[in-house]
Write a protein that binds this ligand. Structure first.
Ligand code: DX5
Ligand code: ZN
Length: 216
């Protein structure tokens, strides 16, 4: 069964705690937190306080997606703040092993995110250090962008690679996910689907989650 992780980036900014609790009650499996530093991506969102707020508002796993230029500094900070999963970008640092190890040492599960233009093979040497891989379906920075269709094939390739290595790594797709592509992504091997604009645009979060899970 595919898990759904609503991205708080698309929630009503004036009611973040309420929105976090509403999606959890509506059946969201994880809560996705998009952290942007205005440097790795051309947008700025929130700092570690969002994790503390979300922990109080919802009791589902918190999935911190760090789109930051200095993951060596920030990853342990978000883990210490209480994120269950902390994911850094493959493109952000030449010191990926070190950054991933620092996440596990700080008590969180470690993830790596790949931009649409990044070869899948970058994850190969990192497999023992990973709990999660986030495959981007858009170039990171903003919610509401159109899905890049090649992501479905890349999902399949990555799922095959994980299976071939016998690794216990979860595969998540983030960006541009809608009810039009969620079934194809799940069939290709995505285990977690992030949803920002599709879900928060709906006035019935539970129905939107059922639609993404193809449960009618
Ligand atoms: C993009 C973010 C995504 C995004 C998802 O930089 O990492 O999590 O907010 O939003 P939608 O689902 O609208 O693409
Ligand atoms: Zn994200």
């Amino acid at each position: 069964m595919t898990l759904i992780a609503p991205s708080l980036l698309s929630a009503d900014p004036g009611r973040l705690a309420e929105e976090a609790s509403a999606v959890a009650s509506a059946g969201a499996d994880w809560l996705h937190l998009d952290v942007m530093d205005g440097n790795f991506v051309p947008n700025i969102t929130f700092g570690p306080w969002i994790v503390k707020m979300a922990r109080q508002a919802a009791s589902i796993p918190l999935d911190a997606h760090l789109m930051v230029a200095d993951p060596l500094f920030w990853a342990p900070v978000f883990a210490a703040a209480g994120a269950h999963y902390v994911t850094i970008h493959a493109e952000a640092t030449p010191h990926l092993h070190k950054a991933l190890a620092s996440i596990r040492e700080s008590g969180a599960k470690a993830g790596i995110a790949l931009n649409p233009g990044t070869p899948i093979s970058v994850v190969e040497p990192l497999i023992p250090y990973l709990d999660l891989i986030i495959l981007m379906g858009v170039n990171p920075g903003f919610s509401g962008q159109p899905f890049i269709p090649e992501t479905v094939d890349r999902t399949r390739q990555l799922a095959d690679l994980i299976a071939q290595k016998g690794a216990a790594i979860l595969l998540e797709v983030d960006g541009g996910v809608t009810a039009q592509n969620s079934s194809a992504l799940a069939a290709a091997g995505a285990e977690i689907l992030v949803s920002g604009s599709f879900l928060f645009r709906s006035d019935d979060y539970a129905a939107a989650i059922r639609e993404l899970k193809a449960l009618f």
